[in-house]
Write a protein of this length. Structure first.
Length: 187
């Protein structure tokens, strides 16, 4: 029972104090889950992050769900997901009850707060990308592929701008590369 409560409050704290969505939360989640609580190893966290990204839905909820599931199954995933969702739900509910959209747009204090938060959100998004890249072994040489793919998708050309083409191509190339590598045998 103690772990369920810890999961809930860990993700509640992350959800309460993080602005900018799932990617902004990743470095905080990693620090809490991997470094502070030592529930999951860093490499396993990267695997769980990859699974969470491939799932439909909100990244922060997905990562909390897969971490909770890894630790305590269905009940753990529910505790972690509720912890992630509840702060945003309560904050949005309070805003909806007390502020109209026009009041938010015309409120100079809120406008300044949101303008001040933007640079911090950018930093919170960049930090996990760099950390994840280092842990995954991405180097300046291997960064060429995602940059090239991003540029081709951005180009707008009909065939090369479809991300599904690159997902399928990446899966096929990855399969071919890793199944045809020579596996050292024990002597």
């Amino acid at each position: 029972m103690k772990l369920y409560i810890e999961l809930f409050f860990t993700f509640f704290k992350i959800g309460l104090f993080t602005f900018g969505g799932g990617w902004a939360m990743i470095s905080i989640i990693q620090r809490e889950i991997v470094e502070n609580h030592r529930w999951i190893e860093k490499e396993d966290f990267l695997d769980l992050l990859a699974v969470a990204q491939s799932m439909p839905g909100i990244l922060a909820v997905n990562i909390s769900t897969v971490v909770g599931d890894r630790l305590r199954g269905l009940k753990g995933s529910i505790a972690a997901a509720l912890g992630t969702i509840l702060p945003s739900f309560v904050i949005i509910l309070l805003i909806a009850l007390y502020l109209t959209p026009d009041a938010i747009k015309n409120n100079e204090v809120l406008s300044r707060i949101f303008k001040g938060i933007r640079p911090a959100v950018v930093a919170l998004i960049i930090a996990p990308v760099i950390t994840t890249a280092r842990t995954a072994g991405i180097t300046w040489k291997t960064i060429i592929i995602p940059v090239a793919v991003a540029l081709l998708i951005y180009s707008g050309l009909p065939v090369v701008s479809n991300p599904i083409v690159y997902i399928v191509l990446g899966a096929v190339v990855g399969y071919l590369v890793y199944t045809h590598r020579s596996i050292p045998t024990k002597s």
